[in-house]
Design a protein around this ligand. Structure first.
Ligand SMILES: Nc1nc2c(c(=O)[nH]1)N[C@H]1C(S)=C(S)[C@@H](COP(=O)(O)OP(=O)(O)OC[C@H]3O[C@@H](n4cnc5c(=O)[nH]c(N)nc54)[C@H](O)[C@@H]3O)O[C@H]1N2
Ligand SMILES: Nc1nc2c(c(=O)[nH]1)N[C@H]1C(S)=C(S)[C@@H](COP(=O)(O)OP(=O)(O)OC[C@H]3O[C@@H](n4cnc5c(=O)[nH]c(N)nc54)[C@H](O)[C@@H]3O)O[C@H]1N2
Ligand SMILES: [Mo]
Length: 688
């Protein structure tokens, strides 16, 4: 996007316009268009805040005092409880430079294993599946614009009409050419409404559905046997396992009629170019990585990955959701998508960092596991949270807030006093996207420069310089820089030879070429817009099939909690809402969260349209307004997670984790639904 100075508008004289860029062709969604308002929002933090006890109010402090307190918090915890007692929780919204610096800061300055980030809640299941099947995790192995050239596109648990409006032009362009689209979603979403076929499964049954489609593909001889023989391994076991997924059984599990599955498999198999696109609906489950593998199995059996305008891809969420997962802010990972447990990877990165490989810690706990153990024996005691609002966005949020309160020391870096920052001992006011230099890697794997377009308010600092300054105060300043380009050049060396190889990508090249696709191993290399044309990133160059089986959700409905709750996004709001709940136009569009309930279910429960309802799960309650939606399955209710207080939907969600990716089961838990008792002013007796 471009920022243009226009004095008459809100937002400190800036308006945001979509730049005419190949990915979005000048398109922006309303959140992007209104984002300038946040640059000069009266709630922006412009001075560090500290307090001596959690029950005291914050007072303003100098940066010196605030950073000294963070260092003392870390040091005291480490002296008492060991190196891993100090940690950092990062974010997929951070630039590549900051994500890289965050991981390095924990390993080199704190010498701790305790670092992970909110991308664990976002991309980890798809990432685990891609790595297993293709040997690499780049969300889209082809440019976004290729969507317009595909003849059949199936979207599994993805609602781009609300979550990626600028990308919809590529879907629309495809449909104008005659492409057919299928949507798999328990709700009839805006995306489903624009498609040809809607499959409406019970939440948490996508794995069985994919295996059922594979069964039908085998039965109707639609498998691309030449491709399977030439480009894959593991097919025989998967073919045998698919026998168990005969159509009637799959209809019983998923609720998708056999005739709809029959139609879907023909559409996928009998088109010249077919894409299967996955997103959080299929992935945020305790079996999310196996579910992604099931869809990859289907794509491989049909011979899609590596074919023109074909393949399997996952639609990455956050601003830097792709780059954020490549540079080492993940508990088990080093820059360049190297693995921390791999001796060669440790030697390479330690060499670039100028330390002994033995100084590098072992892999640490994943995001939810870190939060769950805060303040306990063996857990993190002093934590810095950078770019995530976990008090709202983490599963089982009431428990997470309790754990945050149990830390010995908590620091939060944010633009606003988020619900998480409210719990801290020290709050660091940071610069935001338009106010600093850095790179981001978009959902296609294209590395882009984000230029500084506005002056940061006086008093705020960039996360990059905060981390460098903290390292200096910890006596490790010689290893860190606060200059984005210097950090990026070091990142290039650290990533060199790794899977996400940025070695050939410089600031100058990104500028001149309007972005460069990784892998790009040297300056002479053109970058890689399309992966898998000749080989996959596995040692033998072949993609791998994996046998995966359906199982129940970690929590299925029962007598006490009879309905399924699934959660996700609404169009006008972003994530934990810290930013969009402060934007007038967006708040006007959607002032409060609603829970979508089928009118038949509402009638049975005596709930009126627009009435307040209380949702209850084994972990907590939330109070939301009912919205009748005949577009949702009657056994399922849906709520967005963008609000806080007694509207915190994550008070309900289940932190059951996927064994491979450590992704929590955001997309399904069992709840009860009842009409809310009327609100009574405080102090008044509510009894009749
Ligand atoms: N407006 C808006 N846009 C956003 C964001 C935002 O907060 N607001 N966040 C960004 C981020 S970080 C992300 S990760 C992306 C996410 O983008 P999406 O994945 O498109 O968004 P979600 O709403 O989380 O989930 C998509 C769909 O999954 C469906 N679903 C729920 N359970 C299941 C299931 O078991 N199976 C299937 N097949 N579908 C299911 C939901 O009904 C929902 O329509 O959006 C990005 N864009
Ligand atoms: N129930 C349920 N819960 C979910 C999901 C779901 O579908 N259902 N989706 C999950 C997903 S996919 C995601 S990505 C997470 C997102 O949830 P969060 O991790 O909470 O993400 P944000 O709300 O984007 O929080 C980012 C915070 O960082 C601040 N910030 C923005 N830019 C910067 C910066 O440059 N530096 C610093 N220091 N701060 C910055 C913002 O003001 C905001 O307070 O939520 C997850 N939670
Ligand atoms: Mo996300």
């Amino acid at each position: 996007m471009t920022l243009t100075a226009r004095p008459e508008t809100a937002g400190g004289g800036f308006t945001v316009e979509g730049a005419n860029f190949p990915t979005n062709r000048g398109g922006l969604c309303e959140k992007g268009l209104s984002s300038a308002e946040l640059l000069a929002h009266p709630d922006r933090l412009t001075t560090p805040l500290v307090r001596d006890a959690r029950n005291e109010p914050f007072r303003e402090a100098t940066w010196d005092e605030a950073l000294d307190r963070v260092v003392t918090g870390f040091t005291v915890a480490q002296e008492r409880f060991g190196a891993d007692a100090a940690g950092l929780f990062g974010g997929g919204g951070l630039t590549n430079e900051k994500a890289y610096q965050a991981g390095k800061f924990v390993r080199v300055a704190l010498r701790s294993a305790s670092v992970d980030y909110n991308g664990r809640f976002c991309m980890s299941s798809a990432a685990a599946a891609s790595n297993k099947a293709f040997g690499i995790d780049r969300g889209m192995p082809f440019p976004l614009a290729d969507i317009a050239r595909a003849d059949t596109v199936m979207l599994v648990g993805s609602n781009p009409a609300d979550t990626m409006p600028p990308a919809m032009r590529w879907f629309a362009a495809g449909r104008e050419r005659g492409a057919q689209h299928l949507v798999v979603d328990p709700r009839y979403t805006a995306t489903a409404a624009a498609s040809d076929v809607h499959l409406q499964p019970v939440p948490g049954t996508d794995l069985a559905l994919a295996n059922g489609l594979l069964h039908l593909a085998i039965k109707h001889r639609l498998v691309d046997t030449t491709y399977v023989a030439d480009r894959t391994t593991g097919w025989d076991a998967v073919r045998r396992a698919a026998r168990q997924y005969w159509p009637d059984r799959v209809e019983r599990i998923t609720g998708v009629p056999v005739r709809v599955m029959e139609r879907a498999v023909r559409m996928l198999a009998e088109s010249r170019a077919t894409m299967i696109l996955s997103a959080r609906g299929a992935e945020q489950h305790a079996k999310g990585s196996d579910t992604a593998l099931a869809w990859i199995n289907l794509a491989l059996a049909l011979g899609l990955p590596g074919r023109p305008y074909s393949g399997w891809a996952t639609v990455t969420g956050q601003g830097n959701g792709q780059g954020g997962r490549e540079h080492g802010q993940k508990a088990d990972q080093l820059p360049g998508y190297r693995m921390l447990a791999d001796p060669e990877a440790r030697a390479h990165v330690a060499g670039v960092w100028g330390i002994d490989p033995d100084e590098l810690p072992k892999p640490g706990a994943s995001a939810y596991e870190m939060l769950d153990r805060l303040g306990t024996d063996g857990g993190v005691r002093a934590l810095l949270i950078m770019a995530s609002n976990v008090a709202v966005s983490a599963p089982r949020a009431d428990h997470v807030r309790e754990r945050l309160a149990e830390t010995d020391f908590l620091a939060v870096s944010d633009l606003f006093l988020s619900e998480t920052a409210e719990l801290a001992d020290v709050v660091l006011p940071c610069a935001q996207w338009a106010e600093e230099e850095g790179t981001m890697t978009n959902l296609e794997g294209r590395v882009l420069r984000r230029r500084r377009a506005a002056r940061a308010p006086d008093g705020v600092r960039s996360d990059l310089s905060v981390l460098a300054d903290l390292a200096a105060r910890l006596g490790r300043g010689q290893f860190f820089s606060d200059d984005p380009e210097t950090v990026f050049d070091e990142l290039r060396r650290a990533s060199s030879g790794g899977k996400a190889d940025y070695a050939g990508i410089s600031y100058a090249r990104i500028e001149a070429e309007r972005g460069v696709f990784w892998p790009c191993p040297d300056e002479a290399h053109a970058g890689t817009p399309r992966l898998f044309r000749e080989r996959f990133a596995t040692p033998d160059g072949r993609a791998r099939f994996h046998v995966v089986h359906h199982r129940a959700a970690a929590e299925e409905p029962d007598a006490e909690y009879p309905y399924r709750l699934t959660t996700g996004r609404s169009r006008a709001h972003y994530q934990s809402g810290t930013q969009t709940r402060r934007t007038k136009a967006l708040l006007d569009a959607e002032p409060e969260p609603v829970v979508d309930i089928h009118p038949d279910l509402a009638a049975r429960l005596g709930i009126a349209d627009g009435a307040d309802v209380v949702l209850r799960s084994r972990r907590g309650t939330a109070r939301l307004r009912a919205r009748f939606a005949s577009t949702i399955r009657p056994d399922t209710v849906f709520a967005p997670f963008h609000w806080s207080g007694d509207q915190t939907v994550n008070a309900l969600t289940n932190p059951a984790l996927d064994p491979a990716s450590r992704m929590p089961e955001f997309k399904i838990c069992a709840v009860s639904v009842e009409a809310a008792p009327a609100h009574h002013p405080a102090g008044e007796d509510a009894s009749p």
